[in-house]
Design a protein around this ligand. Structure first.
Ligand code: NDP
Length: 338
């Protein structure tokens, strides 16, 4: 198998030197196991956290270990009664061309339902994150106003469209004019603000113009100046679905962040409900999510855009680019033929 391992831990911003491309011989398949050939690898912001040796909700990748990651793959050999050769599956196979798995957490994908890569995006982990975050965590109500950060990304793109389908006023924040135009023209956002054009103060003013009645729900994925700006526009009893804080994942900008007392005061005086969530806690809702959103993908209510890097060897660079907004849509890596 061709694999990418963690070569060293990044100090601040990661670089390609933190990764190593290697080949390894896989052991023979044992009873209960399957051998898969990876077709498509998902790159996700959480992988930045796994590169650090820090206590979090999941354990870090060790130096020399294959990088963690979800992937769509074909079963080549099976000694597990739940899987048959030729089936397409999705699971945490890692940054690798081939993998052996005991089948835990592996799901069969129906190629008739939607393109198989959507099992990593709109109908996979990012999609259910959007759906749970909007409905259960953000407690969105029809007609309310929502701000969505990373508005065209894998998660944000789905949040915006689901919110629109609920007749909400939907304001996106994204990086660059192309992404903002796409958010409005293709995804149906009412307004999309380009954070490259603003500091926190002017972004706050722009949100005020876009949301004259204030903001009821903030779908928070970025932190930084976007969070700072939205906090000052939240309505009384507003909700913040705290999904991520990518602007701070590598420690940049932390020193310039708002002091905690100012943030705390906003939460108090506006009586905000701020709830962090990790999507693994909600995977029992997967059938409900797919039941509701797969038809919306099939009929075009929910569109998706993918950004595909070619070849496993290009995964590290594509991952670094994604952390700074280089991706336009769900970031994938094509590892093998369909
Ligand atoms: P995206 O496809 O949205 O890609 C990441 C995007 O983040 C970039 O394209 C960029 O968009 C934006 N970004 C990067 N740096 C900054 C910055 N400094 N300021 C503002 N925006 C920035 O990734 P995902 O949809 O996969 O993930 C989005 C967020 O959701 C992440 O924070 C991720 O960790 C989180 N997440 C959390 C989960 C959970 O269980 N809680 C599960 C899945 C995802 P732009 O160019 O528009 O700025």
């Amino acid at each position: 198998a061709t694999q990418i391992t963690l070569a060293s831990r990044p100090q601040g911003k990661p670089s390609t030197d933190n990764f190593k491309l290697q080949t390894a011989t896989l052991p023979a398949v044992q009873d209960g196991q399957i051998l898969v050939r990876v077709i498509c690898l998902s790159l996700d912001p959480y992988m930045r956290g796994r590169m650090d040796d820090a206590k979090s909700y999941a354990k870090p990748v060790e130096i020399g270990e294959v990088m963690e990651g979800g992937a769509v793959a074909e079963v080549m050999e099976s000694r597990n009664t739940d899987f048959k050769p030729g089936q397409i599956v999705v699971g945490a196979f890692g940054w690798t061309s081939h993998a052996i798995s005991d089948g835990e957490g592996v799901r069969v994908v129906d190629p008739e339902q939607a393109p198989i890569s959507t099992a990593l995006g709109v109908l996979g982990m990012p999609g259910i994150t959007a759906w749970v975050g909007l409905n259960d965590i953000g407690r969105a109500k029809d007609g309310e106003t929502i701000v969505v950060s990373a508005a065209t990304g894998a998660v944000g793109g789905v949040v915006g469209q689901l919110a629109k389908a609920r007749n909400m006023r939907v304001i996106g924040v994204a990086g660059g004019p192309e992404k903002c135009a796409f958010a409005v023209e293709e995804l149906g956002y009412d307004v999309c603000l380009d954070h490259h054009d603003h500091d926190a103060k002017s972004l706050s003013a722009a949100i005020k113009d876009a949301a004259p009645d204030g903001v009821d729900v903030y779908f928070e994925s970025v932190g930084g100046k976007t969070l700072e700006a939205v906090l000052t526009r939240m309505n009384t009893h507003g909700r913040i679905a705290l999904c991520g804080m990518i602007a701070w994942y590598s420690g940049q900008g932390v020193a310039d962040a708002q002091p905690l007392p100012a943030v705390w005061r906003n939460i108090l005086t506006r009586r905000l409900l701020v709830e962090g969530f990790i999507i693994f806690d909600h995977y029992h809702k997967f059938p409900d999510f797919v039941g509701q959103v797969a038809p919306m993908v099939a009929d075009g209510t929910v569109k998706f855009r993918e950004d595909v890097a070619e070849g496993l060897e290009n995964a590290p660079q594509a991952f670094l680019d994604m952390l700074s907004g280089g991706n336009f849509g769900k970031q994938l890596v094509r590892v093998g033929a369909d």
